[in-house]
Design a protein around this ligand. Structure first.
Ligand code: EPZ
Length: 435
């Protein structure tokens, strides 16, 4: 198991290029199940989650060519016999649930393991299942598997809402199912996230009829057949935001290239409120840190609000702000697992329900910490780069799920970060452990 060892206090500067969006590419890969022609996907990031989704598709009969160097995936699903997505593969990643809609639409049957539990809180799939039922599927949950069947999906008017607002992957699943249904589907309260828009754009290129893309109401008119396409996924806004916060938290000057600033306006606005100097153009954002951050309030919301996937990283920065910041998490019930680890570095954070109250401190100090989820791990890396002394972040496989070679790219910006295998601890950690 790898760990990162970080010597804090290095100011990041320079330019970094953003890769393709993880949360776009995973559902788009599932869309390959909707056609027997080849789907070519470009700008595919080299991530553990992409490798896991490849395995899920292969278990469903897909032939996959993956050129990791070029970031190109070629997927063809002409063997339509398999319908089971097994637990061993589904447990590693929630996005694998996106195969349900395409399987039902094209193969009329699906046996898909419930995706595994997750440390960021209970993440049900009731809305996905309700959506499929409203399109005419019979659904049974048995022995950990969703067993779904239909003679033919039929368009319907449906509302997909949770107490947190819309559902991103639920929208993706229902839209994909509706593309091959009979008649029109009206999907109210659909998610507006850029990754949903990217998926819808791919589906339209494949021959689907979808109106209202990017709005809260999607109208999908079913077609008989979809065909293969060639598509480059959008830039990863969360990766871009993470690098921008990395520049700011280290007192640096970082330009993030190849991104889509319009997808990050809520972050840009909050960083500016925290006294960070942010400028941007068509496809770049430049972040220059102030001498001291101002405390701010932040509420995570569905897009275009502040993304929950940047909450942990911004929290790391607010640990160093002047005064008290409030961070309200509105998407997940319990996405504060990084708080305990930030405490180990000297942060002062109090949790009250789904709010974190952060009292800024003058400095953080390096410590051994444990990554427990993807974005929380990114926050620990950022905090480690800003802290005095050495930080060792254990279990970085979480970070490798969603950031391509983040250590190498941070090093190019001036960070002192090394990847080590966990059973060979750095000398300073051995000394600190007293043994
Ligand atoms: C997507 O997850 C992303 N994952 C998440 O990114 C992201 O945090 C989330 O959207 C919100 O933006 C991928 O795209 C692969 P939701 P998703 O359904 O679609 C509740 C990351 O770090 N809900 O929009 O699974 C749910 O519990 C990951 O990259 C139900 O109640 O999230 C949550 O409170 C983590 N029933 C809220 O809705 C359902 O059936 C929003 O979840 C579905 C969701």
């Amino acid at each position: 198991m790898d760990r990162f060892v970080i010597q804090g206090g290095q100011r990041l500067s320079g330019e970094v290029q953003v890769g393709g969006a993880k949360n776009s590419v995973l559902p788009i890969m599932a869309a390959a199940l909707l056609t027997d022609e080849e789907l070519v996907i470009r700008r595919v990031p080299r991530l553990r989650d992409v490798a896991s989704q490849v395995k899920v598709l292969q278990s469903l009969g897909a032939r996959v060519l993956h050129d990791e160097q070029q970031g190109i995936l070629k997927i063809r699903c002409d063997d339509e016999a398999p319908i089971t997505a097994p637990y061993e593969l589904m447990k590693t990643m929630r996005a694998s649930i996106c195969v349900l809609g395409p399987l039902l639409a094209k193969r009329k049957r699906a046996r898909v393991s419930m995706p595994g539990g997750c440390v960021i809180g209970v993440r049900p799939i009731d809305l996905h299942l309700r959506g499929m039922e409203q399109l005419g599927a019979a659904i049974d949950v048995r022995a950990g598997y969703v067993e779904a069947s239909t003679t033919q999906l039929r368009g319907s008017t449906l509302f997909l809402g949770s107490s947190a607002g819309s559902t991103v992957l639920g929208t993706a699943n229902v839209v994909m199912a509706a593309t091959l249904a009979d008649g029109e589907t009206v999907l109210e309260n659909s998610a507006q996230e850029p990754e949903v828009v990217d998926l819808c754009n791919v589906l339209v290129k494949m021959g689907a009829q979808i109106d209202g893309i990017g709005s809260h109401c999607l109208r999908i008119t079913g077609v008989k057949k979809l065909h293969g396409v060639d598509h480059a996924v959008i830039p990863d806004r969360i990766e871009a935001g993470t690098f921008a916060i990395a520049g700011a938290i280290t007192g640096g000057d970082v330009t993030v290239r190849g991104c889509e600033p319009r997808d990050l306006l809520a972050l840009i606005e909050r960083l500016r409120a925290a006294a960070v100097d942010v400028t941007y153009g068509n496809d770049w954002i430049r972040v220059c840190a102030p001498r001291r951050f101002r405390s701010i309030d932040v509420t995570t919301l569905p897009h275009p609000g502040f993304p929950t996937d940047l909450q942990a990283q911004l929290m790391a920065l607010l640990c160093l702000a002047d005064g008290i910041s409030m961070l309200h998490e509105r998407i997940y019930q319990d996405r504060f697992i990084h708080v305990a680890e930030l405490h180990r570095m000297g942060a002062r954070i109090r949790k009250e329900g789904s709010t974190a109250i952060i009292e800024g401190v003058a400095r953080l100090s390096g410590a051994p910490v444990m990554a427990s989820d993807l974005r929380g791990s990114a926050a620990l890396v950022l905090a480690g780069m800003a802290a005095e002394g050495e930080t060792a972040v254990d279990r970085v496989y979480h970070i490798d799920r969603g950031y391509e070679r983040i250590d190498e790219r941070l090093r190019l910006l001036g960070a002192k970060i090394d990847r080590c295998t966990a059973d060979v601890p750095p000398l300073s950690m051995v000394a600190n452990s007293g043994g």
